[in-house]
Design a protein around this ligand. Structure first.
Ligand code: PMP
Length: 284
């Protein structure tokens, strides 16, 4: 079945959607993206994603080709046209097509593309009952990870390293400290305290992270935002990740060793429930 996608102001069947080979997203990874989850036909955390999108565009000095209201409308139209109950909306904006030059072109019009992906049962992943296994890898991504760019080759390589090691994902390590997962933020829990890396250029500022930390604070859970080491992961009571498409996902193994009991921990399980419940309540 052909999907309807959105390209530069038009809704088109996916097979008719085209962008230029001179697009700087293609040539330089000169673009940004967002992924917003859809549950029960509604968008989770839309505002958070829209705000981060604007921030990423500002950092790269790319003109935003669409207002927040119109962007919400496009998301909703695609969800409706493609009959998405559970799934996601992928959005990418690039600097646009121009003759190849490392310097930013003066007059390029940004390219904007959105498409949906159906993921039936997205919130009922059986993995949430078992937890996932991760390995640690050296963080070899670039230094401005706070910008949500499409420069995703190293995260993609890391994911493949994890799969080759029989794990589900990798947590990246820099100067002895965990930065984050290949496509998610990383957390440990020790003596009831939730520990996750502080914001900075070293990690992506997860929208799910922000929401989960808010919910944790409302539930009187103790949170510490600081860098933590691989040894602390191995000594933790539990661990978990967050992202728009995984929500809160327990992590039960690191580099082949169980974390805590080797089963999803109670803090992760509770935060997953709270996140799904609260963000669905606020979903648009
Ligand atoms: N860190 C990285 C490197 C990511 O790619 C992502 C998700 N794409 C996240 C964290 C989680 O961000 P969010 O909760 O906004 O999906």
């Amino acid at each position: 079945m052909s999907r309807t996608v959105y390209v530069n102001g038009e809704y088109l069947p996916e097979e008719d959607a085209k962008i230029s080979i001179f697009d700087r997203g293609f040539l330089f990874a000169d673009g940004v993206y967002e992924v917003t989850s859809v549950l029960g036909g509604k968008l989770l955390d839309f505002d958070g994603h829209a705000v981060r999108l604007q921030r990423s565009l500002n950092e790269l000095e790319i003109k935003n080709p669409i207002s927040k209201e119109d962007l919400l409308e496009v998301h909703r139209v695609l969800v409706a046209k493609n009959d998405i109950s559970d799934g996601l909306v992928y959005l990418q904006i690039t600097r646009g097509a121009a003759d190849r030059d490392f310097a930013y072109p003066k007059d390029a019009e940004p390219t904007i593309v959105l498409f949906t992906q159906a993921k039936p049962g997205l919130a009922n992943s059986p993995l949430a009952d078992t937890g996932i296994k991760v390995i640690s890898i050296e963080d070899q991504r670039w230094g401005r990870r706070d910008i949500k760019t499409v420069q995703l080759l190293f995260p993609s390589m890391g994911k493949m390293m994890a799969k080759a090691a029989g794990a589900d994902d990798a947590w990246m390590v820099e100067d002895g400290f965990i930065t984050e997962g290949t496509s998610n933020n990383a957390y440990i829990v020790k003596n009831g305290k939730i520990i996750t890396r502080h914001l900075g250029n070293e990690i992506l500022h997860g929208i799910t992270r922000a929401a989960v930390l808010r919910f944790a604070a409302s539930a009187q859970m103790e949170v510490e935002e600081r860098a933590f080491t691989l040894d602390e992961v191995k000594d933790a009571d539990e661990a978990f990740i967050t992202s728009a498409s995984m929500f809160v996902m327990p992590v039960v193994e690191m580099d082949g060793d169980p974390i805590g009991t080797g089963k999803p921990g109670s803090v992760a399980v509770r935060l997953r429930e709270i996140y799904l419940e609260e963000s669905l309540k606020a979903a648009v």
